[in-house]
Unconditional design. Sequence first.
Length: 360
Amino acid sequence: MAAFPLPPGSVIGILGGGQLGRMLAQAAARLGFDAAILEREHDAPAGRVAARVIEGAYDDPDALARLAEVAGVVTYEFENVPAASVERLVSLGAEVAPGPRALAVAQDRFEEKTFLNANGAPTVAFAAANTPDEAIAAVTSIGAPALMKTRREGYDGKGQRWVEHAADAARIFAGLGSVPVIVEAPAEFVRELSVIAARGRDGSTAVYPLAENHHEQGILRRSLAPAHASPALTEQAERIARRVLQGLEYVGVIGIELFELKDGRLLVNEIAPRVHNTGHWTQDGCEVDQFEQHIRAVAGWPLGPTAATARVEMLNLLGDEVDGWKKFASEAETRIHLYGKREAKPGRKMGHVNKVKPLR
Ligand code: AMP
């Protein structure tokens, strides 16, 4: 068992070799740690900047054993890590953060909304369904139109469909693969916001300023942060973040997606038990960014300050938008973060830029 705080020179294990793993590995290196990435793909974005790479599937017992052996703590960059892999790591004596409960809650939209409501973090009304008849009953009880989502493995707007009439529910249930679903009431939001927050091993918490987020076809295009927000709205978001962190006895950084309603109330859409795309602005707009904050938290270090130092517009570079690097490089206000991905497929997140302005 590792003793916390982990000293510099320790190894931070990271499941997943994408851009979030890459930026976590870079932050870890800055604090004197070595990152060990477990990733199936040779040449993945994170592997190319990490001190060590363990090539293997996320459920490969040998790869997990090698990771458990070297890492003082193991964390992850995506929430669909198989629960059995985390159990295996824990049974091998590894410290895994965020822990299995956070992962279980975040992997299942029904468990997630049930947890949120039980912990004073409000959501839209929802109902679960496992059969075509239950799907009809769920839409009837919530009221159409309603949004039907697979309970597990949806991301970037995938695995969800609007149901305009209860009579369509069985067909849409089948179209989603006849897997367990959740039916949600529509949130009549005026803005989509998110709050990034962290909890340390000592139970201390730190909350970043709100970001305002704009999606296209389910994919985040841009974030504006700190979002314009009244003190009451900010206080509501902070209260929600602290309740979620405490309810999960969380260790690490969490992303909480919020709907702002016309009457000023916030509802939680979903939580991501990891660093989050809507927190990329913190790299150039906050005292300590979300990646360093996550490494500090899982390593048992004190959390860093989260105050904004600049106003940021974060733009995701999707597909061949990354070819604009020369233009971005010529702009004094633009900070460039590219992920080193070899192939620019349409819609693929290739990098992001943070356009920075003074706070006032
Ligand atoms: P999700 O995959 O749950 O993050 O949803 C993707 C996007 O769909 C959100 O960012 C919202 O724009 C929209 N959305 C999700 N759930 C709802 C809802 N209950 N009501 C209205 N819009 C929603």
